[in-house]
Design a protein around this ligand. Structure first.
Ligand SMILES: [Zn+2]
Length: 196
């Protein structure tokens, strides 16, 4: 368990030794519950990595959402993602692989101090060369086993839909009641509740 600020440097210090340990775990002994002799069976183990995109990016050694190749999972150029309406959804970009991350990291400036001293142009060239990878991944978990927290995302989107629906209802009621439009219905509701 790690308690602390989850910046890139801290995560490197806290977890850099675990990558190899996790790689070494291929199976774990699990007691066979119906075995009177108390025997154990080796069960194959598969690892998953789940976190928000910032944490996943730091764990993978990715340069972040503003980099040239901003997607953690494929090699779509960031500029192709600028406007959702312009997306070519039939065009398939190569999937990233964990080996691809490892290989790309080998093309980077090896040491953190050097990287800090990199000019913007050099950093951009490195980003082009490495598909926006600037450090070795902390864990060698296969990319299909890496996922953002889907419930968390769904809740966020759901909350925004709900808020939007609430505002539409307020605007609809105001119109029918012949009232002038309020600037922020949610704040108005909060104020009304307070006044009550
Ligand atoms: Zn992608």
């Amino acid at each position: 368990m790690y308690y602390g600020i989850d910046n890139k440097e801290n995560l490197r210090v806290a977890f850099s030794d675990f990558g190899a340990e996790i790689d070494a775990i291929k199976s774990l002994p699990v007691p066979v519950t119906d075995d009177p002799n108390g025997d154990v069976r080796e069960i194959p183990v598969e690892f998953f990595l789940i976190g928000d995109t910032i944490i996943l990016g730091k764990a993978l050694g990715h340069m972040g959402s503003k980099s040239l190749y901003s997607c953690l999972f494929c090699l779509i150029p960031g500029k192709a993602l600028k406007r959702a309406g312009d997306w070519d959804d039939k065009k398939k970009y190569a999937d990233r692989t964990i080996d691809g991350y490892i290989r790309a990291a080998q093309l980077c400036e090896p040491d953190g101090a050097k990287r800090k001293a990199q000019t913007e142009t050099k950093r951009r060239q490195q980003s082009e060369r490495t598909n926006s990878v600037d450090e070795a991944p902390l864990f060698h978990i296969p990319i299909p086993n890496i996922s953002p927290p889907q419930l968390h995302i769904a809740l966020g989107i759901g909350k925004r839909f709900y808020k939007s629906l609430e505002e539409c209802c307020w605007k609809h009621d105001e119109l029918n009641a012949g009232l002038t439009s309020v600037v922020n219905p949610t704040k108005e509701v909060a104020q009304l509740n307070k006044d009550i």
